[in-house]
Design a protein. Structure first.
Length: 387
């Protein structure tokens, strides 16, 4: 007998892709796809059940299908089909409470996998350089999706204490990007011009949609309660990117503005429906966030196929170049770096002739040695072209 897996949140692109993957797996006997609205995407061989997880009826679905594995993906920061923020919060928090209550009463459920987010760590000026799974945030999220995720994880931990026989796995995903990404950060990167906070260049991490599906499958297939895939894990690609590097790779100009003006601009963009420039996203684009993925590799045994940089490269390829094609930006930076006065200034800053230091190579490489932004951008562009 194979597994009987129930997946929530299948009306979203990521959820429907995961359901199709499960339906093709020979180790899965049946897939029960649950959402309040019928998905537009094909679900393969999965059985769709129209059910709102905010209602007690979800308990009957678990009982009727004798579900043994639950993958809770209906935890999201964006509304589906023009819904309100209030609806999103109810689905995230109330829906999770109802689902956990149903799982607690079900004698057949033996495994629970919850899709969470690194947003639980927040973003603050005094944050540690890297967050581990047990690192407490300097400032707890005060609202938005980040607060929802904190509450959801609290309910899940309570469920794990009440049902120690159920293997519980919480996956905290970094910013998810991919061809079907519908996150608020993907919407931000799709703007023709990117508003940024003056004086800040935050570090960002990304995880590719394909890696999200892979690790969800890995966590869902492990049966034993004492298996390594029980616990909480940060999920992100290797490395980090600065926001300025992301903008250059996208070929989109940035508009640095003071923090109060960014807040006003975010409200305006949210009002006209261009992007959900929420306060939590503004904090992320100001202070950034980086998490450790050691437990993901050593305990969960998962290695992402895409690094942070490769994930973003795939995202750029799907979305297309912006107003400033990266190749032209790289060529312009090369020309500026090759100007005689730029080369002399770079050589002097690096301790070359005239400063008492040894000779320094001229041109763009000399500028890169001095750490100038121009040559750094050129090196980055050339690296992208080689890939």
């Amino acid at each position: 007998m194979g597994r009987i897996v129930l997946v929530t949140g299948v009306a979203r692109q990521l959820g429907s892709r995961f359901v199709r993957r499960l339906a093709r797996d020979p180790g899965v006997e049946r897939v029960v796809a649950v959402d309040a609205v019928r998905p537009e995407q094909d679900l393969g061989g999965a059985e769709f059940v129209a059910a709102d997880i905010r209602q007690p009826a979800i308990g009957r679905v678990l009982a009727e299908h004798a579900v043994d594995t639950v993958v809770h993906m209906d935890v999201s920061g964006t509304a589906l089909g023009g819904g309100s923020r209030g609806t999103v919060k109810e689905t995230n928090v109330i829906g999770t409470m109802q689902l956990l209550g149903a799982c607690q009463k079900s004698p057949t459920v033996k495994r629970l996998v919850v899709k969470s987010s690194t947003n639980v760590y927040g973003s603050a000026p005094r944050d540690p350089a890297v967050f581990g799974e047990t690192t407490p945030p300097k400032s707890l999220p005060g609202g938005g999706f980040a607060k929802d995720a904190v509450e959801v994880e609290g309910y899940v931990r309570g469920f794990a204490r009440r049902r120690p026989d159920v293997a519980v796995c919480i996956l905290r995903f970094a910013n998810i990007l991919g061809p079907t990404g519908d996150t608020s950060l993907a919407e931000y990167f799709s703007l023709p011009v990117l508003p940024t906070v003056f004086g800040y260049d935050p570090r960002l991490q990304f995880v590719h949609e394909d890696d999200v599906l892979d690790v969800l499958a890995l966590a869902a297939y492990e049966a034993e309660p004492k298996a390594p895939s029980s616990g909480t894990f940060n999920i992100a690609g290797d490395g980090v990117l600065l926001l300025s590097q992301c903008a250059r790779r996208l070929g989109r100009p940035t508009v640095p503005v003071l923090l109060p003006a960014v807040t006003w601009a975010g409200t305006a963009l949210r009002t006209v429906g261009l992007t959900d420039f929420s306060p939590e996203q503004l904090r992320l684009l100001t202070h950034g966030r980086v998490v450790s993925t050691g437990r993901m590799r050593e305990t969960l045994g998962f290695t992402p196929r895409y690094s942070t940089a490769e994930t973003f490269t795939e995202f750029v390829r799907d979305r297309g170049a912006g107003l400033l094609p990266p190749e032209r930006v790289a060529a312009a930076v090369d020309r500026v770096a090759a100007l005689p006065f730029v080369a002399r200034a770079a050589s002097a800053a690096a301790g070359g002739p005239g400063t008492g230091g040894g000779p320094e190579p001229a041109g763009a490489s000399g500028a890169a040695a001095s750490g100038t932004a121009a040559a750094s951008g050129a090196d980055e562009r050339r690296s992208d072209q080689r890939r």
